[in-house]
Design a binder for this molecule. Structure first.
Ligand code: SF4
Ligand code: SF4
Length: 555
């Protein structure tokens, strides 16, 4: 089925249709659900019940005792996670979260209201784990776990992108993303995962990155990008790979070395590190910052997070610098300490250029590239000509995991304002803590899910459209590889003409590199409106200074 046109998709009915929520069932149709996990991928990471199956078919090929497995899994998790039991018990149905989810706004489906999404699990909890539910059943909102309920879980909990926007508005602090994580764990106990999560995880275990890129492929791709940098700047950069004894290990999502527009951010990292002479190494083994374990289970996110730190230990670096990623940061900041334990074999991060102690990273030993760059700018360590980005009118999307997940709001704005002259904020109820998710933490670029991706991304796109119409914004900046992967298609659908960039790409385009050639193109190979003749303003100032010196010397 072809994806509906934007005008059709924007016609959304938010009125409830009258039937009691327990009596409505999801309709699996092309465009609104994700394909089942490839059995080879499920088997590779040791998850149970690997088999070929189709969510749209009646028979899900479940184990004969699947209800028992799921209920026992829920019992174990209610004991293990105190938050889960509290979240199950303390919702007062105030409705403050109801209209805050981008999937409810984009679909009008009541079961995408966070309160009702959680109720899909809560109803089973009540039925099997509370006295009121056992006595009063449906009157108390309880219902038994049936195949129909399981199918609802699969449908709606894979529509939640675990963004936590709803939790911001809940007076009790109920975090529906945490509920979603638990339900996905339960679904994985009986082999019900989706392929855009399962196969990247298997790839990550096999080769170290989601895309399954082998070490030589990573290096070759990097070499192509180095050729491009040389073509645009005249400078040949020679980065190191797997170098023991480097001061810093740099880890970023593999998507950035493979696809546009992420590759320009990757080129930006290379140019920035060359510019400041950083003693760092890339790794062909810790070649993925992204952690799709976050979308699967606590155990899986622990395993994938651990490999970055094991590689840091093997290489003997002091600390880790992390690239523009989303859920890597959420896992590192919110879960790692209790799951993997603190990485005490690394040093507390100190910038070798400025001496700044990143005390916020004392525990994780991992510094975000944006705070690292902001610190460099603050200490005048970068030679920047911000007019090189004058063709851009930029807005910034706060990535949920970096913004709500680790509280990083001002650093990216500080960097953007330092490297470009035209920055415009989206409306405040769609930025900072209240940022709207890009929508694709629930389906990335899965083609079979296009309609739902565009529905889930509608509130974000709407805010981008607002600044495009009001200020002529033509560039959407972000600091997350999932954003960079999903926004081009989303913008093309809702806000045609809007381009997408990583913040470090903008930094690189503004950098005045020592020994650079006159330039007619930017990193994307796009012709510059105003070709760059020499080394920018600083070079001109230095040249003027030299002239004055020689005149003085002559007198
Ligand atoms: S965590 Fe995000 S996607 Fe999930 S219910 Fe809340 S607002 Fe919706
Ligand atoms: S805001 Fe919190 S308490 Fe209110 S309905 Fe939503 S989850 Fe329940």
């Amino acid at each position: 089925m072809a994806t509906p046109k934007p005008q059709e998709l924007a016609s959304i009915q938010h009125q409830p249709h009258g039937d009691w929520w327990m009596d409505t069932k999801p309709e699996f149709r092309p465009g609104n659900y994700l394909y089942a996990a490839n059995p080879k991928s499920v088997e590779y990471v040791g998850l149970p019940n690997a088999r070929a199956w189709d969510p749209a078919e009646e028979d899900w090929k479940l184990p004969p005792n699947w209800e028992e497995i799921v209920l026992e899994g829920l019992r174990v998790r209610l004991e293990r996670f105190r938050t889960l039991r509290i979240f199950m018990d303390c919702c007062v149905r105030c409705g403050a979260c109801a209209d805050k989810c981008h999937f409810f706004i984009g679909t009008g489906d009541a079961k995408n209201m966070p309160v009702l999404r959680a109720e899909l699990l809560r109803s089973v909890y009540k039925n099997d784990f509370t006295l009121a539910g056992k006595l009063l059943r449906r009157v108390a909102g309880a219902r038994p776990l049936t195949l129909a309920v399981l199918k609802e879980w699969f449908f709606y909990f894979f529509q939640c992108s675990e963004c936590r926007r709803c939790s911001l508005f809940c007076p009790y602090g109920i975090d529906t993303a945490e509920i979603t994580i638990i339900v996905r764990e339960l679904l994985n106990l009986i082999g019900c995962n989706i392929d855009w999560i399962a196969t990247p995880i298997a790839n990550c275990h096999r080769t170290g990155n989601h895309l399954g890129l082998q070490p030589h492929t990573l290096k070759e791709n990097c070499d192509y990008l180095l050729d491009d940098i040389e073509e645009y700047t005249g400078i040949r950069i020679e980065p190191s790979w797997n170098r023991k004894g480097a001061e810093i290990l740099f880890v970023t999502p593999s998507g950035d070395i493979f696809a546009e527009p992420g590759i320009y951010t990757f080129m930006g990292y290379l140019m920035l590190f060359e510019h400041i002479g950083l003693d760092y190494t890339w790794s062909t083994y810790a070649s993925e910052g992204g952690n799709f374990g976050f979308f699967t289970s606590h155990e899986m996110m622990k395993r994938l997070n651990g490999k970055m730190y094991l590689e840091a230990k093997r290489l003997g670096v002091k600390w880790i610098l992390g690239g523009e990623c989303g859920h890597m940061w959420r896992v590192v900041n919110q879960y790692m300490d209790t799951m993997n334990g603190p990485p005490d074999f690394l040093e507390k991060p100190v910038s070798p250029l400025t001496g700044t102690k990143f005390e916020n990273a004392n525990q994780t030993k991992m510094v975000h590239i944006t705070e690292f760059t902001a610190d460099l700018i603050k200490h005048n360590k970068l030679n920047i000509d911000k007019s090189r980005n004058d063709h851009l009118k930029v807005t910034f999307h706060d990535s949920c995991n970096v913004a709500r997940g680790m509280g990083m709001f001002e650093e990216p704005r500080y960097v953007i304002n330092a490297v470009c002259n035209n920055f415009y904020e989206m409306p405040p109820n769609t930025t900072h803590e209240a940022t709207f998710c890009c929508g694709s933490g629930s389906g990335l670029n899965a083609g079979e899910y296009e309609e739902m991706r565009f529905r889930g991304g509608l509130p974000r796109a709407n805010a981008v459209k607002y600044v495009a119409e009001k200020h002529g914004v033509n560039m959407l900046a972000c600091i997350c590889a999932i954003d960079r992967a999903v926004f081009p298609a989303l913008m093309n659908y809702w806000v045609p003409g809007m381009d997408v960039t990583g913040v470090t790409e903008m930094v690189a385009n503004a950098l005045v590199m020592e020994g650079e050639n006159p330039k007619e193109y930017n990193l994307r190979g796009e012709e510059l409106e105003q070709p760059i003749a020499v080394n920018g303003p600083q070079a001109e100032e230095e040249a003027a200074g030299d002239e004055a010196d020689s005149e003085e010397g002559g007198e």
